[in-house]
Design a protein around this ligand. Structure first.
Ligand code: 9D3
Length: 248
C-alpha cells in the first residue's frame, strides 16, 4: 500500500519511517511513503501558502492553489483509487473500523494542515473524507497523518510477525485489554493474580475476558454499548462487578 502525505513540514514524517513496525514495512517494500510540500507549488517569489481569512479574525488560512497543486502532484504518483483524506478537527473521529477500511485500499493521500485551516474550496474540490483524532487541539495534521499510517500499516498482510498478529488487538474485539503482568511475582505487596500462575489456560482466558469486560464497563461504557454482550459475557461482567463490590 502506498501513502502520500501533503504537508508543509514533510520532515516530521521521517521518524515513523525510521522506526518500528512502519519502518520495517517500508524497508521490506510492504508500504510506500512519500511527501509533497505545497510550498514547492507556490508560484510567487515568497512561496506563499497561506493568507488572511475573509471576514477577518485571527490566524491564517491555507491557500487553494498551492495545496491543490500539491495534491495533484501526489495523485499523479499514486495508484488509481487512492482517496484524499484531510486531517482536520472538523473530521469524523478516526477509529479501528476506518483503519480496516483504509487497509483494503491501494493507496491513501493524507492532507495535513497548518494554521487555522484550509480554504473550504479545497475540501469541496479535492478532499474525499475528513478525519480527526478526537477532541483535543493539535498544532497541525502531521501527527494525525502519522497515526493513520501507523494504524493502517499494522493491518496489512505480512507486516506483523505471527506472534504479534496472533495476539488480536483489543480494539479488534471492541474491548479494552486485560491487565498484563511479568516477573517478579510480588512488587511492593502487589501479587500477580494467582490464576495467571496456575497453568490452567481455560481459566486464564476466562479471567482475561472478565477483566477486559470489567475495565471496558468502568472506563469506556461507550465501547460496551456498541458491542451488545452475549449471555456468557454478561455473566462474566456480573461476576467482575460482584468481585469489585460494585452495585449495578
Ligand atoms: C486554536 C485553533 N482552533 C481555533 C478554534 C482551531 C484549530 C485549527 C487548527 C485547532 C487545531 C488545528 C490544527 N489541528 C489539526 O490539524 C488536526 C487535529 C486536531 O487539532 N485535533 C484532533 N485531530 C486533528 S487532525 C488534524
Amino acid at each position: 500500500m502506498d501513502f502520500a502525505v501533503v504537508s508543509l513540514f514533510p520532515e516530521m514524517l521521517a521518524p515513523i519511517a525510521a522506526h518500528g513496525v512502519v519502518g520495517r514495512a517500508l524497508e521490506r517494500g510492504l508500504i510506500g511513503l512519500d511527501t509533497e510540500n505545497p510550498r514547492e507549488h507556490a508560484e510567487d517569489v515568497h512561496r506563499t501558502v497561506d493568507d488572511r481569512p475573509y471576514g477577518g479574525g485571527p490566524g491564517m488560512v491555507m491557500k487553494y492553489a498551492p495545496v491543490t497543486a500539491a495534491l495533484d502532484a501526489a495523485r499523479a504518483r499514486m495508484p488509481k483509487g487512492s482517496p484524499v483524506v484531510c486531517l482536520t478537527p472538523q473530521g469524523r473521529v478516526f477509529d479501528q473500523a476506518v483503519a480496516q477500511r483504509y487497509a483494503k485500499l491501494p493507496g491513501l493521500i493524507l492532507l495535513a494542515g497548518r494554521y487555522e485551516g484550509f480554504d473550504e474550496r479545497i475540501i469541496v474540490d479535492a478532499v474525499d473524507e475528513e478525519l480527526s483524532l478526537g477532541d483535543f487541539v493539535l498544532s497541525g495534521g502531521e501527527i494525525a497523518a502519522m497515526a493513520v499510517i501507523d494504524a493502517v500499516t499494522r493491518l496489512l498482510p505480512g507486516v506483523l510477525g505471527d506472534a504479534e498478529s496472533a495476539v488480536q488487538d483489543s480494539f479488534m474485539q471492541g474491548l479494552l485489554d486485560h491487565p498484563h503482568y511479568t516477573r517478579p511475582e510480588r512488587i511492593a505487596e502487589q501479587d500477580v493474580p494467582a490464576v495467571l500462575l496456575s497453568g490452567d489456560h481455560a481459566q486464564i482466558a476466562r479471567w482475561r475476558n472478565k477483566q477486559a469486560l470489567g475495565r471496558s464497563y468502568l472506563r469506556r461504557p461507550d465501547l460496551l454499548e456498541k458491542l451488545k454482550l452475549n449471555s456468557e459475557q454478561q455473566a462474566l461482567l456480573d461476576e467482575f462487578l460482584k468481585e469489585s463490590g460494585i452495585e449495578i
